[in-house]
Design a protein around this ligand. Structure first.
Ligand code: HEM
Length: 177
């Protein structure tokens, strides 16, 4: 455990990684949803699939660095909403966001390995007839709406602090000084 005192805001590295992960996950959802509508025997699926996999791996790396940074640099003290249940919900949501993002990326990687996607992308084979034949695909598709719901909850919580409680919570995650 670190002995450093809690700072008043997140460090620039943590702020950058927070907004980078937010943008990458938003892009990942858009690409993922659109490409899953393309048939696996359509060559037009290869490019979005490669982009989706690259963004997914970047998300995984960003989350791992974020978790490591949190262990090294203590986050600011939580700002209470004044309601114990909401404070617990916020804490659970933050933990679940890390967990579900990791699970999403890992299930995607396992699916790609199971389905031999790497070989197909390099021109050494075809994509499987349907990704849904793989258990990891069911998991990936099941976690996706849960992660999406958590992100919505997280945004609603931040807006509640900012617009209703007006406690300046967003200042701690602001880019720049
Ligand atoms: C946080 C990271 C990720 C998010 C948010 C995400 C999101 C999604 C979404 C929304 C879908 C469509 C699900 C559906 O319509 O049921 C999808 C499908 C898929 N994802 Fe990901 N994904 C992530 C990471 C990854 C990674 C790291 C890989 C592989 C390296 C990957 C490979 C795939 C594959 C192969 C599909 C199936 C496409 C199909 O069924 O046609 N994903 N992903």
């Amino acid at each position: 455990m670190s002995q450093q005192p809690a700072p008043s805001r997140y460090r620039p590295l943590q702020v950058s990684l927070h907004w980078l992960t937010f943008l990458l996950i938003a892009a990942e959802f858009v690409v993922g949803k659109n490409m899953s509508r393309i048939s696996n025997d359509d060559v037009g699926k290869i490019a979005p699939l490669a982009i989706h996999m690259m963004i997914g791996v970047l998300i995984l790396l960003a989350v791992i660095i974020r978790i490591a940074a949190l262990r090294k640099f203590p986050p600011p003290e939580p700002i209470s909403t004044g309601n114990a249940a909401l404070d617990v919900l916020a804490k659970l949501t933050h933990g679940a966001l890390y967990l579900f993002t990791l699970l999403m990326a890992l299930s995607g990687i396992i699916l790609s390995l199971q389905a031999g996607v790497g070989k197909a992308l390099l021109g050494g084979g075809a994509l499987p007839a349907d990704f849904l034949d793989f258990t990891a695909r069911a998991l990936h598709g099941f976690i996706a709406p849960s992660l999406f719901a958590l992100i919505v909850l997280h945004v609603v919580g931040a807006l509640y602090h900012q617009l209703v409680l007006k406690d300046g919570l967003m200042e701690r995650m602001k880019v720049g000084k």
